[in-house]
Design a protein around this ligand. Structure first.
Ligand code: ARG
Length: 592
């Protein structure tokens, strides 16, 4: 395993060394290197620096150019020219480009570095609610969380996943009481082996239970009273009550797993640590907050107040840790979870992949935990995501105004994908294979659309666009991957072999330099928790690949070395597309 610095990083270092040699005051100044169309890179840093030192930027750039040869002994930089008001245009040597890529190929991580000082991150994502359907909000949390987990793990971070499912609360009183009085309500024939079907059946039973108990609750005062009395029994851990609660939670987990299976994400049972897990800690949380004065009683409720958080009428909006009737809400549980995650799990970083509409809640919870001394400043961070909108620009709903069931949405995505796949495939491809590809294309499309939008933005859920072969979609990337793979099936004995001695044409350079930037992109995407930076990189890669493919004949029997070198670029493209998409949770079928 060997880390391979990108050429961009090497060039930046060389220029910055030349800069300090030319001008000792400029040591450690950033040369502000960018990819450029005129040369391979452009450094703009001389402009600001000259201004700061009251010098002439062109003169400074000239001095850097003169100081460069001493720094550039291995010949990475082939040419450097002063241009415009004092930019540096920098061209790297063809040899350096191919050699660098060859070094990446020898490493199974493609030369991508581990973080220097990895720590432990606890990430709270995919937190559906028991006895309820999953909806598009849960889709976003699941898909984004899964990608962030992979990106961080790839950097060597220890990641502890927490699915803070909504498995506690007063509404369980009603469901459990109904089950006590109708003990066969959840009975059923044994589950099918198919996770999705089993999940759907479980959800159907839960829906039925919910509807019947709700109807009784609303029409029968005596039942309502019995249901309310069931809540303290649950909270105090009464055995019969708990057993039925478990039954409901297990039904829900069967349903969740069915959805996760379809979504092609790995959610492990041990990581499902719901709100109920913190039930025993809530009294202590309250006691400590009250004793330390972080929280105060106000109209019977235990509240935390904030200088700058006020309602529309100017009165302060508190975080309510305990209600006046003694009940605990969402805040107390989140506070207990923070203590567990920092204190017991030894997290350095806490992430919460939760809807942006909960931003105020998390701000208050984090601030409270800091005041209480449970959370170091800056250690917790919400990764807020925007709302999924319908084509009408309003929050995504069915025509009847109901929330869209996630399973229906995924089914439709796969169905649309099947149409696209079927059209592309030749007649000999069996229907089973079409369905297999459609699954990977459809689910990939939904994930990609979600990830390629910057997280905080709302986005329109538009399946037609998502499964389109044109534009910034996963299908376009999967198709690029399949096209690369198909070349190898036609290679007729030719192998990918790097030839650093060969000159590169522009389309080859552009592709190769972009491939070399994979590691830099992954570092940024992981450090900034920004999967969309990886999708943008991969999209650009696929675009550069098709330009390369149009301009450069890959398999040319008369030019074996050129073919080998081009096959090598193809191979690297496939590897990067495959690894990059895998980190985003998207499959790369061999044929499309
Ligand atoms: N279960 C909640 C929902 O479906 C999200 C929970 C978010 N996580 C947390 N630690 N509060 O909206």
């Amino acid at each position: 395993m060997a880390t391979v610095p990108s050429l961009a990083a090497t060039v930046r270092l060389r220029v910055s060394d030349a800069l300090s040699a030319a001008l000792p005051e400029a040591a450690s100044a950033d040369p502000l290197l960018r990819r450029s169309d005129r040369a391979d890179f452009q450094a703009n840093g001389m402009l600001a620096l000259a201004k700061q030192l009251k010098g002439n930027p062109r003169e400074l750039a000239g001095k850097v150019t003169e100081a460069l040869p001493a720094q550039n002994e291995d010949g990475t930089i082939a040419r450097i020219e002063v241009s415009g008001p004092g930019f540096l245009n920098i061209t790297v040597a063809d040899r350096a480009i191919v050699e660098n890529l060859a070094a990446r190929r020898r490493d199974e991580r493609l030369g991508v570095p581990y973080a220097d000082d990895p720590g432990t991150t606890v990430i709270d994502y995919s937190q559906p609610n028991v006895a309820k359907e999953m909806h598009v909000g849960h889709l976003r949390s699941t898909v984004i969380g899964d990608a962030v987990v992979h990106l961080l793990e790839h950097r060597g971070e220890t990641v502890i996943r927490r699915h803070h499912i909504g498995d506690w609360g007063t509404n369980f009183g009603m469901l459990i009481q109904y089950l006590i009085e109708h003990p066969h309500e959840l009975d059923h024939a044994s589950d099918t082996a198919d996770a999705k079907d089993a999940g759907e059946a479980a959800m159907a039973r839960l829906n039925r239970l919910y509807k019947s108990s709700r109807a009784l609750f609303d029409s029968d005062e005596d039942f309502k009273a019995r249901a309310r009395d069931r809540v303290p029994a649950l909270q105090s851990g009464d055995a019969e009550t708990l057993a039925l609660w478990h039954k409901i939670v297990d039904e829900s987990k069967t349903y969740f797993q069915g959805v996760y299976d379809e979504l092609d994400v790995e959610i492990r049972d041990a990581d499902i640590v719901g709100e109920s897990a913190y039930n025993d800690d809530l009294q202590q949380v309250v006691k400590d907050l009250e004793e330390s004065g972080v929280a105060v009683r106000s109209e019977g409720a235990l509240c935390v107040f904030f200088e700058d958080i006020k309602g529309p009428d100017g009165t302060p909006t508190p975080l309510i840790v305990q209600k006046s009737n003694g009940g605990f809400g969402y805040a107390a549980t989140d506070l207990a979870a923070i203590r567990n995650r920092v204190g017991d799990l030894k997290a350095d970083t806490l992430l919460y992949v939760v809807d942006a509409r909960q931003a105020l809640h998390f701000r208050m919870v984090f601030e409270t935990a800091q005041r209480a001394g449970w959370l170091p400043e800056g250690a917790a961070r919400q990764l807020p995501f925007g709302t999924v909108l319908g084509k009408d620009g309003k929050p995504f709903k069915t025509r009847e105004g109901e929330t869209v069931r996630l399973v229906d949405l995924l089914d439709e995505a796969v169905e649309r994908a099947a149409a696209v796949v079927r059209e592309k495939a030749d007649a000999s491809v069996a229907e089973e294979e079409i369905q297999r590809r459609a699954q990977q294309v459809g689910i990939g499309a939904v994930k990609y659309a979600d990830l390629s939008n910057s997280m905080t933005r709302d986005y329109v859920f538009d399946l037609d666009r998502m499964v389109s072969l044109q534009g910034d979609t996963s299908v376009y990337l999967q198709y690029a991957y399949a096209r690369v793979r198909s070349i190898f099936r036609k290679a007729n004995g030719l192998e990918p072999v790097p030839h650093p001695e060969r000159e590169l044409v522009p389309a080859e350079r552009a592709l190769a330099l972009h491939l070399d930037g994979f590691g830099d992109t992954l570092v940024t995407a992981a450090d900034e928790y920004a999967p969309h930076k990886l999708t943008a990189y991969l999209y650009e890669l696929a675009t550069l690949y098709s330009r390369f493919f149009e301009n450069c004949l890959v398999l040319d029997p008369g030019e074996p070395e050129q073919s080998e070198n081009r096959l090598f670029l193809c191979e690297m493209t496939a590897k990067v597309l495959h690894q990059g998409l895998a980190l985003l949770g998207i499959r790369t079928p061999e044929r499309l």
